[in-house]
Design a binder for this molecule. Structure first.
Ligand SMILES: [Zn+2]
Length: 463
């Protein structure tokens, strides 16, 4: 009669047998619950059944727990030595009073399957090198999980994992895909300084406590999309937060820090709920980030962040979403910045008429899309001087020195198009070509003054 544990291994380790992987003699198996006919090895014996009935494992002595761990160490060492997959699927690790030890003495793992494992005590994988794939999907970490400074050279699969306590992945290096989708971080999650060389997938993962991704590097595509979607996959971002279904709220960020993080590829925050302080300060984006359908907290900051993508319609839509979110929070400066990026990106769209592109360029040059009220004033002064230089050598009557030229130049701002009026003094003495040039300056003056007023209004507008 073997141990009754049975679980088809995940795709990463599909070749492994679905039954109990440990050789335990029948007389060492434990029946649980009593009278159920289900017999378990020490490794798979759960803490409790689905009704909450506790097993004997819950009351194991420190010695018994230590014996268990020694057996695990031996099993891991022997599997590693023979290059077999370390199959710890479904193992229920007892709670430990002592400082957590690493599962290997040399902090080196080849392939390891921890699918549906349960860790009753805290776990220490700090500085461990995972040379091949590791999969601990559906695992449960009841106490703190330490994965700081790990190196994962194969796939790192952690789907649907329950982190009941804090999870530490600081400075972790993921050289292959890191898959954390639908995992639940019930407490703080620390990914500060982590490096994701390939895909970082946190789709529909939930962060109830604070989440730290500051100084992280995302070299591949990253997914943090949530599930603010109804049954027909339509966005719910317009639904008030307190009316969202539990399921929609379940993939949320609490307080989150991405400060100084760098995103080198696509980054997807779509349909994600940000329910607390959200810090994107000093972040860098090579590709415009996707926040479509997300619910952003009012306490969201993008201070000193850099966005390099102006590649066309897709980027324009991404910036438009951010602009609308910031406008919703009455954050006009931020909204103005994203509006500028939107226009610049849209200019790259081929089908856009040239004349619109020209005006977009002029708008950028004149006032940086309304973000720089000082720029049109500077341009006004500069053009006044430039035109003065032109008028000085024009041979126009009564302009014999620069002072006269400057006066004539400023006059084109103050009395636009006056050179055409019949009452204009000496009007007859000015040829049409010079009247035309003076009118151009007047037009410039009106345009720049308008840009100045618009920029000023944008800056000081009230919600
Ligand atoms: Zn077993």
């Amino acid at each position: 009669m073997p141990c009754c544990f049975h679980a088809e291994r995940p795709d990463t380790f599909r070749d492994l047998d679905p039954g109990c992987q440990f050789e335990v003699s029948a007389d060492r198996l434990v029946e649980f619950p009593n009278g159920s006919g289900k017999h378990w090895c020490d490794f798979h014996l759960p803490f409790a059944d689905s009704d909450g009935t506790l097993s004997t494992k819950q009351a194991w002595t420190v010695e018994k727990a230590d014996q268990f761990l020694q057996k695990i160490y031996k099993y891991v060492a022997s599997a590693s030595k023979s290059d077999r997959v370390v199959d710890l699927t479904g193992v229920v690790f007892p709670a430990s009073e002592t400082q957590p030890l690493p599962l290997t003495s040399d902090r080196l793992f080849h392939a390891v399957c921890l699918y549906r494992a349960v860790f009753g005590g805290s776990v220490n994988f700090r500085h461990t090198k995972f040379l091949l794939n590791i999969d601990f999907s559906e695992a449960t970490f009841i106490q703190t999980a330490y994965f700081d400074d790990i190196e994962a050279h194969g796939l790192f699969v952690a789907r649907n994992v329950e982190f009941v306590s804090d999870a530490y992945f600081q400075r972790a290096e993921f050289h292959e895909n890191a898959l954390f989708s639908r995992s639940n971080f019930q407490n703080a999650a620390y990914f500060s300084g982590a490096q994701f060389s390939k895909m970082a997938n946190f789709t529909r993962s939930n962060f109830s406590g604070s989440a730290w991704f500051d100084h992280a590097r995302f070299y591949g595509n990253s997914g943090f999309s949530g599930n603010l979607l109804d049954a027909n996959n339509r966005g719910l971002s317009n639904v008030p937060a307190d009316q969202l279904t539990e399921q929609a709220q379940a993939a949320a960020f609490g307080h989150v820090w991405f400060r100084n993080a760098k995103f080198y590829q696509d980054i997807d925050f779509s349909n994600r709920s940000f329910s607390g302080y959200t810090d994107f300060n000093s972040t860098t984006y090579q590709v415009a980030p996707n926040f479509h359908g997300s619910l952003m907290n009012q306490d969201t900051s993008f201070l000193d962040s850099k966005f390099f993508d102006r590649s066309g319609e897709r980027a324009a839509r991404s910036y438009r979403t951010l602009k609308l979110a910031m406008e919703g929070h009455r954050a006009w400066d931020e909204a103005g910045r994203f509006f500028a990026y939107e226009l610049e990106s849209r200019r790259r769209v081929r089908s856009m008429p040239r004349i619109i592109k020209l005006f977009s360029v002029l708008y950028e040059l004149g006032s940086n899309y309304g973000l720089s009220p000082g720029r049109p004033i500077g341009c006004l002064l500069l053009f006044a001087l430039l035109f003065s230089g032109v008028y000085e050598n024009s041979g126009l009557p009564k302009i014999v020195n620069f002072d006269h030229a400057l006066a004539f130049s400023i006059e084109q701002y103050v009395r636009p198009f006056a050179v055409w009026t019949s009452s204009y003094k000496d009007g007859d003495l000015i040829s049409s070509i010079w009247k035309f040039i003076a009118s151009l300056q007047s037009l410039l003056g009106i345009g720049l003054a308008t840009l100045f007023i618009l920029a000023l209004r944008r800056r000081f507008r009230m919600g």
